[in-house]
Design a protein around this ligand. Structure first.
Ligand SMILES: NC(=O)c1ccc[n+]([C@@H]2O[C@H](COP(=O)([O-])OP(=O)(O)OC[C@H]3O[C@@H](n4cnc5c(N)ncnc54)[C@H](OP(=O)(O)O)[C@@H]3O)[C@@H](O)[C@H]2O)c1
Length: 261
């Protein structure tokens, strides 16, 4: 489950509800100001740490080697954990050009046991190739924007060719127009599912790991109940065809987008 905007005491309760309904993979980031709430929900669940797959992310202001090293430690302290299952460079910020240093800091943090798997987010093929070439280490995951209006077949293939798992952020298009798409509504009727479930199934059948965010219980329950039906190849292609040239939810182009938080 994604946790952007899921914060504070209410956030802890919403994450706990998701855990009780079966969620084990939780995606947070230093930039979301909620690593504390996610860590608290994990502790209150009473489940062992090993039951969870916890992801957090390095903010752009900490890409330099020493800053990145400390930022990883501080994220762990905020969460009350002693390791991450997955840690990602949140954005490449190519104009600042420190992402290779950040990657080296993550490789070393992994060697020290602070992170099990290291990955990136919003990396384009040239950013992937550069860190692989300069360090010899391929990211396990690239977390990128993917939804029916921003299908990203080019990046899905680029990740696949390099042996990298693609995760989809805003997999439901951040609850926007994609959820009103008539063609997907028809599929929902056919399969007796809701539109969100059709979209999440489409991601998984493309080999992509979606991380939907849901604060409402009925959304949380629906989003995890997608493993008892299959879309046809033609239906997957039909959803792929909904992609738009300007389909990003917030216009964030990784080649130029700068997050300074
Ligand atoms: N790496 C990055 O740069 C990056 C960027 C953005 C996001 N992310 C991660 O990706 C996660 C997901 O992205 P997101 O939060 O932007 O958007 P999203 O998951 O695509 O959409 C979330 C919105 O959809 C609603 N929703 C959830 N399930 C639904 C369903 N079954 N039917 C109808 N509406 C439903 C949610 O409502 P309620 O919450 O009210 O239930 C919420 O308003 C984030 O939380 C974050 O962890 C990463």
């Amino acid at each position: 489950m994604g946790t952007y905007q899921v914060r504070g005491g209410q956030g802890v309760n919403q994450i706990l509800a998701a855990i009780r309904d079966g969620y084990r993979s939780l995606d947070t980031a230093t930039n979301y100001d909620n690593e504390g709430a996610v860590g608290e929900a994990i502790r209150r669940s009473g489940l062992p740490r090993s039951a969870f797959f916890v992801t957090s992310k390095l903010p752009g202001k900490y890409h330099q080697y020493d800053d990145a090293t400390i930022s990883i430690q501080e994220s762990l302290y905020r969460m009350g954990l002693d390791y991450f299952d997955l840690f990602l460079i949140h954005w490449p910020l190519p104009k600042r050009d420190h992402y290779v240093e950040a990657w080296r800091a993550m490789i070393d943090a992994q060697k020290r046991g602070l992170i099990r798997s290291i990955g990136v987010s919003n990396f384009e093929p040239e950013h992937l190739d550069r860190i692989i070439k300069e360090t010899g280490v391929t990211p396990a995951v690239n977390q990128i924007e993917v939804h029916p209006y921003w299908v990203q077949e080019r990046m899905r293939k680029a990740d696949l060719e390099r042996g990298i798992v693609t995760e989809a952020w805003s997999p439901l298009g951040r609850g926007s127009a994609a959820l009103q798409e008539p063609m997907i509504k028809q599929l929902a009727e056919k399969y007796q599912k809701n539109v969100g479930q059709i979209i999440l199934r489409w991601h998984t059948q493309r080999g992509i790991v979606p991380i939907p965010k849901a604060q409402h219980l009925q959304h949380q329950r629906a989003n995890i109940d997608i493993f008892d039906f299959s879309l046809t190849k033609d239906e997957i292609e039909a959803i792929n065809a909904l992609s738009k040239p300007d389909g990003r939810v917030d216009g964030q182009d990784p080649n130029v987008y700068e997050e300074f938080e």
